[in-house]
Design a protein around this ligand. Structure first.
Ligand code: FE2
Length: 190
């Protein structure tokens, strides 16, 4: 086990946020950081980070930076729990700690968001299966539209999610209505 820990990760996030750069530059630097965190000293994960919720996947805060420039959560996915189709409006880095997380992609095929909130035509894309230790990421503009979840019948999934904001909500898509709407989301504070 390497000595890389939560403090190392948060310090690296602060360094990256202090640099000029667009979301792609930040993600490029923070994907290896997430990989190091998953494969390092994970004793920062306490029982409160593994809380689940029978109604929907649980979001347990690990670190929310004081100026809301980035935030890290542990998401706990009980069997059969999925997000709706969504985008985050910001960049993000996701690492799998336990279980196998599934991600399904969507692509906008209408005239590229001239009226972004309506007339949204989505085509289904590929499916990615992320085993423990895997890291994935996304950047906005164009929006990264996806849903993630747990198709397993028995096992939970725990994944670490770093966002380039306080992540107070996300855009949720209604595919038949061809619209999307910003939804506030709640989380458990640590
Ligand atoms: Fe997402």
């Amino acid at each position: 086990m390497s000595t890389y820990n939560l403090e190392s990760f948060v310090n690296e996030c602060r360094d990256v946020m202090s640099l000029d750069g667009d979301p792609v530059d930040r993600v490029e630097l923070l994907v290896p950081a997430m990989y190091s965190l998953l494969n390092g000293d994970t004793r920062f994960l306490k029982p409160e980070h593994f809380k689940s919720d029978p109604d929907h996947y649980a979001r347990n805060a690990i670190h929310i930076e004081e100026d809301d420039s980035f935030s890290l959560y542990a998401l706990v996915w009980s069997p059969g729990q999925w997000t709706p189709i969504h985008d985050h409006g910001t960049w993000g880095v996701v690492g799998v700690y336990e279980g196998v997380l599934h991600e399904k992609s969507y692509f906008r095929t209408d005239s590229a968001g001239v009226i972004p909130e309506s007339g949204i035509v989505l085509a289904r894309g590929g499916i990615i299966v992320l085993a423990p230790g895997a890291v994935t990421s996304f950047v906005p503009n164009p929006d990264h539209i996806h849903l993630t979840g747990n198709p397993d019948q028995e096992k939970r999934i725990v994944s670490l999610h770093l966002y380039g904001s306080a992540m107070a909500g996300f855009n949720v898509y209604d595919r038949p209505a061809q619209t999307r709407k910003w939804i506030e989301v709640s989380f458990n504070e640590s």
